[in-house]
Design a protein around this ligand. Structure first.
Ligand code: AMP
Ligand code: ZN
Length: 499
């Protein structure tokens, strides 16, 4: 079975075949660090975190590169408003971005280059483009000549003549063609600038991603990701620059995430309808936010609201309860005669099926909604099993209950949803064996058997009306953290842990 990926370039799902077997090279455009990121931005970063985690879980070695845009008009504007340097603003929000990503459980990139530390490489790419006839200098500016790159528009599915008609509105007479975009901008007073062959200036935004991805990963690399709002012009321009500069394919699979919305409108800084990730994280734990976001396929729009967060919290609580009950049952010593072989086999099959359905869904263009649904279905089967068999569960049931709990924990973990750690208090097995030797004449080494021998000894004492001997067994077990419960199928021992 293979993974299928929706490629924006071909507009179809394609079989995922990385350039090198077993390895994936991926690049996801990072933030412009002029403010805290909002939950819309976070959705895109989360989607690609899950894609990366799943590929890793499927055995790929993933190299994940993400840039930080730390020089940009918005950063400069903010710095001027606040009377600080652009570098100070960028540093503050780079640190804030990293800590918010960490709090959301997004794995740190393999490398995370800053635009301001990539200037010489960017200048080198502009020189390559000029040499190859794809760029031209006007004063201190350098522009990319869109008409010089025949495939322009193929990624976003736009027709270059229609684009041209639209672009005529804002004519900049220094450009040879209204579609051309800046690779290098001459410095304006009060802006950060670097020396270049064309004078002091700074790079255009699209350039850094072309340069960093090629330097860190080589071309063509496997996956280039971002939100769907980046397809045009950002990714169209990245592709044009890179393919024009190298003469080679830039990216094998272009992947784009759908927009997070509030009241059916895209969340964005400019519309003012945004919620900062850090503020939402102060109200809801990261696993709840992840659960909400991952219940929708990454390419679909996602409506964000408090009521949906509350629903996600309730869903997470339900599945956590299942796992807690399973683990508690396994730990608490199951000394009944056990569920029937058929029932046990059915639960075992349900665990296997949930794993298969999870993989099938994720292999199908990372369908996290389907993957989560498979886990909830297993949760329902487990609840029914526990409800039906709780009183009779025996040691034979333990391994299947344990494997169900492990499957849910592990697969939620693949989605980066961590349940609370298992409350594990080691059962005092050697003490139980020693106690059974003293009080029940037990000669073996197995703690389960020892518990059964102790219960049998107590039953025998009771049958002989030897209450003090019966109570001695009960009290001794109590000291080790066990209680004896009477059930319709006879007494069983449950490990509660020491008070
Ligand atoms: P920016 O800092 O604006 O370049 O955005 C960083 C990332 O967030 C990009 O991948 C954008 O596509 C993505 N993004 C911006 N707004 C949204 C939104 N409302 N929903 C999902 N992703 C978004
Ligand atoms: Zn980019």
């Amino acid at each position: 079975m293979s993974i299928r990926v929706y490629n924006t370039m071909s507009r179809t799902k394609e079989e995922f075949r990385p350039r090198e077997p077993g390895k994936v090279a991926m690049y996801v455009c990072g933030p412009t660090v002029y403010n805290h990121i909002h939950v819309g931005n976070a959705r895109t970063f989360l989607s690609f975190d899950v894609i990366r985690r799943y590929l890793m879980w499927r055995g790929y070695e993933v190299t994940f590169v993400q840039n930080i845009t730390d020089v940009d008009d918005k950063i400069i504007t903010r710095a001027n408003e606040e009377g600080r340097s652009a570098a100070e603003v960028a540093q503050e929000y780079t640190a804030a971005f990293r800590s918010a990503m960490d709090a959301l459980g997004v794995l740190p990139p393999t490398s995370q280059p800053l635009a301001t530390q990539t200037i010489p490489d960017m200048i080198a790419m502009v020189e390559r483009l000029i040499e190859r006839g794809h760029a031209y200098v006007v004063g201190g500016d350098v522009y990319f000549s869109v008409r010089s790159f025949p495939g322009y528009g193929a990624l976003s599915g736009r027709d270059i003549d229609e684009l041209e008609a639209g672009a005529r509105v804002d004519v900049d007479e220094r450009k040879e063609d209204p579609l051309d975009f800046a690779l290098w901008k001459a410095a304006k007073p009060g802006e950060p600038h670097w020396p270049s062959p064309w004078g002091e200036g700074r790079p255009g935004w699209h350039l850094e991603c072309s340069v960093m991805s090629e330097r860190e990963l080589g071309v063509p690399f496997d996956i280039h990701g971002g939100g769907s709002d980046l397809v045009f012009p950002h990714h169209e321009n990245e592709r044009a620059q890179s393919e024009a500069a190298t003469g080679r394919q830039f990216v094998r699979y272009w992947m784009h995430g759908g927009m997070l919305q509030i009241d059916s409108e895209k969340m964005s800084k400019s519309l003012g309808n945004f919620l900062l990730l850090k503020d939402v994280l102060a109200r809801y734990p990261a696993p709840v936010i992840r659960m909400l976001m991952l219940q929708t396929h990454y390419r679909s729009p996602l409506d964000f609201s408090d009521s949906r967060l509350d629903e996600a919290a309730a869903a997470l609580e339900r599945i956590s309860n299942v796992v807690r009950n399973l683990e508690w049952t396994v730990q608490s010593g199951t000394t009944g005669h056990g569920a029937s072989v058929e029932d046990r086999a059915a639960l075992d099959a349900a665990v296997r099926q949930a794993r298969e359905r999870f993989v099938e869904a994720m292999d199908d263009d990372f369908n996290t909604a389907g993957a989560i649904a498979a886990l909830f279905e297993l949760g329902r089967v487990c609840n029914a099993y526990l409800a039906e068999h709780l009183a009779e569960l025996g040691s034979d049931d333990r391994s299947v209950l344990r494997s169900a709990a492990q499957a849910i924990r592990e697969l939620l973990g693949v989605l980066g949803i961590r349940l609370e750690a298992e409350q594990k208090e080691e059962e005092p097995t050697s003490e139980v064996v020693a106690m059974a030797r003293d009080l029940a004449g037990y000669g073996g080494e197995d703690a389960e058997e020892a518990l059964r021998a102790l219960v049998a000894a107590r039953e025998a004492a009771r049958a002989e009306r030897n209450w003090s001997a019966a109570d001695a067994v009960r009290d001794a077990l109590g000291v080790l953290g066990y209680v004896i419960e009477d059930t319709p199928s006879g007494p069983r021992v449950v490990f509660r842990g020491k008070e």
